[in-house]
Design a protein around this ligand. Sequence first.
Ligand code: NAD
Length: 483
Amino acid sequence: MAPVKISIIGAGSAVFSMRLVNDLCKTKGLSGSLVSLMDIDEQRLNGVYELAVRYVKELGADLRFEKTTSLETSLHEADFVINTALVGGHAYLDKVREIGERYGYYRGIDAQELNMVTDYCTITNFNQLKFFVDLARMMERICPNAWLLQTANPVFEGTNLISRCSKIKVVGFCHGHHGVIEMAEALNLDERKLDWQVAGFNHAIWLNRFFYDGEDGYELLDRWIEGGNLEGWKPRNPFDVQMSPAAIDMYRFYGMMPIGDTVRNGTWYYNKDFETKKRWYGEPWGGPDSEEGWKWYQKQLKTTTDAIAYLSANRSLKLLSLNTYLKFLPEGTVPKEMMREAEIFSSPDKLSGEQHIPFIDSLVNGNVRRFVINVPNEGYIEGIPDGVFVEVPAVVDKDGWHVERIEPKLSEKVLKFYLWPRMLRMEWALYAIMNGDKSALIEFLMRDPRTNSLEQAEGVIEEILGLEENQKMRLHYEKGMKL
Ligand code: NAD
């Protein structure tokens, strides 16, 4: 048992904080640890802090919490830093998307070929990417030996940028590989008999290895398709895209199944407009990244934030009985996804499925586990330069990570039609921001099939640079500043 200090940056994050607190409370090996909750939004911070303290008491766990709006204070003596902050929030992303749409860029200028995920902004979210670098550099000064667990998006651009701008140990996290389990459920397979691997980049992973009880799992998938299951397929929610027509179409072309968010990151063929999205990702939402799908997601986020505020204000409510309270409400009042979260939260030992806390436990206490993490390539994926962050399965112990041999290799089509072009877009985005090169931003857009003229690309970039919250971004690009 080794107590550590874990800083959660952007602790008011609707998605992550309570999941991390849940996992920490149930990880005995990290007992006695100090958790520093840091956020610039005091109201959200207070809500999460209040709940965390109460939850620990109810569970009888041995954890201490501090809350702060100062990044410096939070980083002091930190061993692990989990970054979940979204600088400018979803409101900023909505604003730049709306500007992009006025200039003819459906779902905004960051919705690019092979990067269609709505909050994965690579060229407009300067403040977010700059924050990643500032945080890493501040860590070099205050807690140089700490690990940075990069969770806020864009994880692919972010991990690569941080590693090129600082010496801090950074590893990227995502839960997208859970798509393998969703697929197993659809095929009616027992998860324990699966032998699988995924490999690629964040939001760009492919099921290179798939065996079931010694049998070729892809034959089972082919049978599922031939059995007409696709015809009757309907999504249960906008994120339920693992077995969508888009996923199967990608499988047919690439020869391997795209996993998790990779399905959202197809080509224009699936994403051109709302009608097209509906055809490929299912009715009525057209996947999570359409106007309707994202509206649904934002409503979910608000429900979670409201729930945290309500629970923290009503101190007499027992958090471990959350599940029971919710069951008393009329059917349909609480979204299914929230019921699932409440069930985990109400149980004395269930973990959230996020990898951060088990990863820390494996490193600190040597409890060996398998993860899917984003680490610099060291020949793991052939054909990808060393140093570029790849998302791969790895066993983690006290000595760090040990990436599995990727076997069989990714298909040539995955490499040449998917990973290489996606990597180039990352390189372009990093080139632009690291050199403060506005012409690179314009050139980025000139390669977008939605761009019809130079005026269109220049116009949209100027309007985004002109936003009040982008003063630093404008200066950076006008002066050609280096990062
Ligand atoms: P959110 O807006 O609900 O929460 C982000 C928090 O960051 C807010 O509480 C905000 O006050 C805080 N924040 C903003 N600027 C800050 C700063 N300078 N310092 C400290 N805190 C600051 O956002 P969300 O929906 O919870 O998403 C957070 C991030 O996580 C996004 O980038 C999202 O894309 C990403 N995400 C990652 C995964 C993954 O698996 N890796 C999954 C879902 C979401």
